[in-house]
Design a protein around this ligand. Structure first.
Ligand code: C2E
Ligand code: CA
Ligand code: CA
Ligand code: CA
Length: 279
């Protein structure tokens, strides 16, 4: 019996070692990735449910490693947060998005506001506001072209500090979305103390919205309450026509999801905007 336990222990620690080694490797590779130019931004349209037109985009990072291939953000963003690498990576994201917007503008393209995701560590410790302000100034970009998405968990970690930082964002002229709403434990009524312009309903409530009465009720309530608090609502993860119709019938303002488009490279996104692609 002892033998069996030992064998199992060895097996587990071996597995753990492999996982640790993998993590160390990934961390080392992640460190090199910014300088090696292995990151790119993809853009996913946000569609206005009234006009059917693209009203904005969410910028999502992609890591293309020469050997590993495409590494999903869910695999490396948590590691980047843990190791602090999210600060230089996040700075790169800010500069990349500003540079892209400026390039489109300089080419005479129609542009739409682009939202970027901010991590807790970036929001708390980095001088993210200065980075954003400097990047906008460098490219002569109006702040209204840039938006930020903050999660409920990030805001609730230190509500007072978050409130102040968010006011500073607002003073700069940036609009703020409350990301992944409904996955945390706070109420919209409470969150109204913070200067959000948009609420994003998490995909978890959208997926079964047409089958699950609870999800339908939650989404409907979020939309109604956000509107009564003068906030716009974006539904994430919309994949079907039925979900779209439901959200439209509940007066949701914007949708984002594979139903309209996956996140795509910059050139592809720009083409969609220029041709005026409709829902
Ligand atoms: P998120 O902010 O909730 O972003 C939405 C995620 O949902 C994206 O995954 C997007 O590709 C995916 N998605 C969009 N529409 C659909 C749909 O219809 N169905 C399904 N199944 N999924 C959909 P992605 O790009 O893999 O990013 C995952 C997470 O990684 C993001 O979640 C965000 O938390 C983080 N992330 C991505 N880019 C950045 C970044 O530049 N900075 C930071 N700090 N975090 C980022
Ligand atoms: Ca987001
Ligand atoms: Ca989200
Ligand atoms: Ca989400």
């Amino acid at each position: 019996q002892t033998k069996a336990v030992l064998a199992r222990f060895q097996y587990y620690s071996q597995e753990l070692n492999t996982r640790l080694a993998e993590k160390v490797d990934l961390e080392r590779l992640l460190k090199e990735a910014v300088d090696a130019g292995q990151f790119a931004m993809h853009y996913q349209p946000k569609v206005d449910l009234c006009t059917g037109q693209i009203a904005g985009a969410e910028a999502l990072i992609r890591w293309q490693h020469p050997q590993l291939g495409m590494v999903a953000p869910d695999r490396f963003i948590p590691l980047a947060e843990e190791t602090g690498l999210i600060v230089p990576i996040g700075d790169w994201v800010i500069r990349a998005v500003c540079a892209q917007l400026a390039r489109w503008r300089d080419d005479g393209q129609r542009i739409v506001p682009v939202a970027l995701n901010l991590s807790a560590l970036q929001f708390r410790e980095g001088n993210v506001l200065q980075t954003i302000a400097a990047s906008l100034k460098e490219h002569g970009l109006d702040p209204r072209w840039l938006e930020v998405e903050l999660t409920e968990t990030l805001v609730m970690y230190d509500p007072q500090a978050a409130q102040q930082t968010m006011r500073n964002f607002g003073d700069l002229g940036l609009r703020i979305s409350l990301d992944d709403f409904g996955t945390g434990y706070s109420s919209l009524a409470y969150l109204k103390r913070f200067p959000f312009q948009y609420v994003k309903i998490d995909r978890a409530f959208v997926t079964d919205i047409t089958q699950n009465p609870d999800d339908a009720a939650i989404a409907t309530a979020i939309i109604a309450m956000a509107h009564s608090l003068r906030m716009g609502v974006i539904a994430e993860g919309v994949e079907t026509e039925a979900q779209m119709q439901f959200l439209r019938s509940r007066r949701c303002d914007y949708l984002q999801g594979f139903y309209f488009s996956r996140p795509v490279p910059a050139a592809e996104f720009n083409a969609m905007v220029q041709e005026g692609r409709q829902l």
